[in-house]
Design a protein around this ligand. Structure first.
Ligand code: ZN
Length: 327
């Protein structure tokens, strides 16, 4: 089935779905936390070493740099304000874990202004790739400039927005994906896959590969036999989709160590180990539970993937391929 026949989602304003675009072009930016965008918790300042050794060339496939707030104003359409989470603290955390390469992802708080991420990518002491949020009419030359800077994908955030009911404008993102396909880029979706029971067929013919965060970002209590999860496994099994093992605290009902997430992780590890990525999700923005130590968080990966060989695949081989890191 073609994408068009499956365009079941509301096709409302692209601007809302790509979030923040209007605000940025209008320079409606602000530095201060507000009632609509309160400060969230800071990352744990003293990460401890993990219980297992990360393999050489390990890649953190999901993290954000935020700030300095005093220099780079945030998008006024944001829904939270993070305390500064800067590159030196992030690299310190990675070195403590034994991670050697990073993938930065554009956080919603900067809308389509990627300058903080691009700057961190230039200044990073480690091999770095990025996932950007861009206007869908971005010029080809600018896209190529992003590619040279290390960008390898674009992100659509359908969750942490002021109006989540805006849905997924399939026709627009499909047309855009055709444009980024020749560069080998992918399309990352931050979406609750349980909102998309047709997920498996919706993206079957999509021009680029899809990346989904937080193990599919299912709401707590979602059943393993949910058609959305089935579709996710199916797409991943067909080599059309990747799943990030990130942010278990975002889908767990329980506090650390979030054992109620294990059933999703175990199903993914069993069925599609060659389509999984690991990410720290540092600095854990909008954390609603106790802020965990990053070393303790990393230990969860050993619980999900006790096999060292398989961990190496998820930490090194899979992301090196998707993000086109040099071998
Ligand atoms: Zn994140």
């Amino acid at each position: 089935m073609g994408v068009n026949s499956l365009n079941l989602m509301p096709t409302t304003s692209l601007r809302r779905a790509t979030r923040g675009r209007k605000a940025v072009t209008d320079s409606k930016t602000s530095r201060q936390a507000t009632k609509d965008a309160p400060y969230c918790m800071a990352y744990h300042p003293e990460p401890s070493p993990p219980s297992f050794s990360f393999p050489p060339g390990s890649i953190d496939s999901h993290a954000h740099i935020c700030g300095p707030e005093a220099t780079f104003p945030y998008d006024s359409a944001r829904i939270y304000t993070p305390p500064d989470a800067l590159l030196p603290a992030y690299e310190h955390m990675l070195r403590t874990l034994g991670v050697e390469r990073m993938v930065l992802v554009q956080p919603s708080i900067y809308g389509e202004d990627n300058q903080v991420m691009l700057r961190a990518m230039r200044e990073s002491s480690m091999p770095t790739r990025g996932v950007a949020v861009v206007p869908l009419d971005m010029e080809r030359a600018e896209l190529e400039g992003f590619h040279k800077a290390g960008i390898r994908g674009v992100r659509f955030n359908l969750v942490d927005v002021k109006d989540p009911s805006a849905g997924l404008p399939m026709a627009e993102i499909t047309a855009f994906a055709e444009r980024i396909k020749p560069m080998g880029w992918h399309t990352e979706l931050l979406a609750h896959i349980d909102d998309y029971p047709e997920f498996g067929t919706m993206f079957q013919d999509f021009p680029t590969e899809i990346v989904v965060g937080h193990l599919g970002y299912f709401l707590p209590g979602c059943a393993l036999d949910h058609p959305g999860f089935h579709g996710l496994l199916q797409l991943a099994g067909q080599g059309r989709c990747w799943v990030k093992l990130t942010g278990p605290y975002r889908i767990a009902a329980k506090d650390f160590p979030y054992e109620d997430v294990d059933r999703f992780a175990e199903a993914l590890v069993k069925r599609v180990p060659d389509r999984l990525l690991w990410g720290s999700d540092w600095p854990h923005v909008m954390m609603k539970k106790t802020m965990p130590n990053d070393g303790h968080l990393a230990n969860i990966l050993a619980r999900w993937i006790p096999d060292q060989q398989l961990r190496r695949q998820v930490l090194t081989d899979n992301p090196a391929k998707l993000y086109q890191f040099d071998a």
